[in-house]
Design a protein around this ligand. Structure first.
Ligand SMILES: C[S@@+](CC[C@H](N)C(=O)[O-])C[C@H]1O[C@@H](n2cnc3c(N)ncnc32)[C@H](O)[C@@H]1O
Length: 237
């Protein structure tokens, strides 16, 4: 069995999967931001910027989940949002603070057990994090709980393109190029095989939307980015 299937989203042991994922992210921190830029040719930041623009986060109270080193957090701060950042990897948070990207309040916790009271945030954001969460229904229930009554959950996630030709080249990229470049630069082959696998085995767009609706969100809209390689989901409480 390869790493792709071993750590797919329906893993029956969420705690074990989370331990694996946390230590994996802890281990790839030194080259994480550099590789993001190389592997996405810088497009990932345009997607983050778009999410912030779509939402209009100015003066809103935002919780940035799975914040990593703070690539999205810093965009929210630039747009004058008031943000708290959360991630369960200490190394990611430390790197973000050292880089000056996580300048506000930040904490280490599991996105499925949020240490906040009910109905406190205008927005929750999560960029490239949800596909790493095995107990997704618990995550969605927690998100609903901490959002204000008219609050929104904004998800930016990698998705699979619809066009067959684009999909063919994208699969080639995921299967061969991403693990190769990621492995060489980070020295962590398994981590980048996992990341590629987590993209190709994560829920299809429509299935994720159904899960979000089933969890109690009243409205879900979405915007495809770059041939559908990424999607921004806007989920209203
Ligand atoms: C691919 S990174 C994305 C980081 C950042 N949002 C960005 O845009 O670059 C995913 C992050 O999610 C964090 N993560 C994964 N599962 C988590 C969970 N259950 N609770 C908290 N953080 C989690 C990882 O530690 C990692 O930093």
């Amino acid at each position: 069995m390869n790493n792709y299937s071993r750590y797919e989203i329906n893993n029956s042991d969420p705690l074990e999967k989370k331990r694996y994922i946390r230590s994996m992210f802890d281990s790839i921190v030194p080259t994480y931001d550099l590789l993001n830029r190389i592997l996405s040719l810088g497009i990932d930041n345009l997607w983050r910027r778009d999410l912030v623009k779509i939402a209009g986060l100015k003066n809103k109270i935002v919780l940035d989940l799975c914040c990593g080193t703070g690539d999205l957090t810093r965009q929210i701060i630039k747009s004058n949002g008031k943000v708290i950042s959360l991630d369960f990897s200490f190394n990611m948070l430390k790197k973000g603070k050292d880089r000056g990207w996580l300048t506000g309040e930040n904490l280490s916790a599991d996105a499925c057990a949020l240490p906040f009271k009910n109905s406190v945030f205008d927005f929750l954001t999560i960029a490239f994090g949800i596909r790493n969460i095995p107990d997704i229904d618990i995550f969605l229930a927690e998100s609903l709980r901490v959002l204000k009554p008219d609050g929104k959950l904004l998800i930016l996630e990698l998705t699979r393109p619809d066009n067959i030709l684009v999909r063919f080249f994208y699969n080639l990229y995921l299967g061969k190029i991403l693990p190769f470049i990621g492995g060489i630069i980070s020295g962590k082959d398994e981590a980048y095989s996992y990341l590629a696998g987590s993209i190709s085995t994560f829920l299809e767009r429509e299935m994720l939307i159904q899960r979000i609706k089933n969890s109690g969100f009243t409205e879900v809209s979405y915007k495809k980015k770059t041939f559908g390689i990424a999607t921004i989901y806007i989920c209203k409480k």
